[in-house]
Ligand binder design. Sequence first.
Ligand SMILES: [Zn+2]
Length: 307
Amino acid sequence: MKHRLMLILLPIVALVMGGIWFLNGSGHGELGQAALEHTKEILAIGPRPPGSKSLEQVRGVVKARLESAGWVLVEEEFERETPIGKIKFVNLRARYPAGEGDPWKQPIEGLLCAHIDSKYFKDEVFLGADDSASACGAIIEIGRVLARDKPDQAKKLELVFFDGEEAYVDFTTLDGLYGSRHYVSNWRNSPTKPRFGILLDMIGHKNLKIAMPADSQVELKDHVLSAAAEEKAEEHFKMFPGPITDDHVPLNQVGIPTIDIIGDFQQTSWWHHQNGGKDDLAILSAESLDISIRVTLRTLDRLLGKK
Ligand SMILES: [Zn+2]
C-alpha cells in the first residue's frame, strides 16, 4: 500500500517541484513575451527605411507605448546627402521626468539605445526583425518596467532610437550611422556627459549568440558578462574577436563609453538577407528577448543602483 501511494505521489511531487524550478530558474518570460508583442507591432507596419511613411508610423508606436508609461519624447530631425539622394532622418529620444523641471535639462547618467530604421533595399522586402526591431521592442519594455518598478533608474537614463544606422551601400565615414553621428553633437562640447551607453542590436534571435566587440570598455564588458552569469545566461554571451561598426562607435568617440550588446551576425544567412535567408518574425523568440532584457536590466542595476 505504502509503495503504491509512493508510486502515485512521486510523479506529482516531481511535477510540482519541476514547475517551481522552471518558474524560479527561467522566470515567467513575461518581459520577452511583451517585447515580442511590441516587435510584432513594429513589423506589422512593414519595411521602415529612413524617410519613409512607415518609419514615421513606427516612431508613433514607440512614442505611444513609452508616453503611456510616463516617458517624455522628442524627435530630432536632420537631413543628409546619401547615395540615393537627400534623406530626412529623425532620431527619437525619451526621458523620464525627475521632477517639475525640464526633463531635457536634468542630468542623466546613461544611454540605452537601438536603431529604429530597417536597411533600405530597392527591390526587396526587408523587415529587419532582429536588425533591429527586436531591440526597439526590448527597449520599449525595459522603459515600461523601469518606470513602473525602478523610477529612480528611469530618471537617470535617456532612451535613444537612432535613425539611419544602416548604410545604403557600405559603411564609410559618409554612409551609415547617420543618426548616431548626428546625435553625438548634443554631447561633444557638453561639460557633463552620460557615464555609459548600452546599445542593443540583434538581441532576439531564437539561437541567441551575443558577441560584443573586442574594443569594448573593460568595465562595461565585465558588468554585462557578470550580469549574464548572474542570470545563468553566460553561454549566450561572449566577446567578438575584433571591432564592429555600429552606433556605439560615434558615442565612444565623443567620450561616452558604450557597450554594443549585439548578436553574432556573421556566418548567418539571415543577416541583410544574405544567401536567401530572411530577417523576419520567424527567426525571433520570446525566450531570447527575455534573456537579453534580463541581462540588460541587471547591467543597469550594477551601473545605476538597484532602485
Ligand atoms: Zn543591419
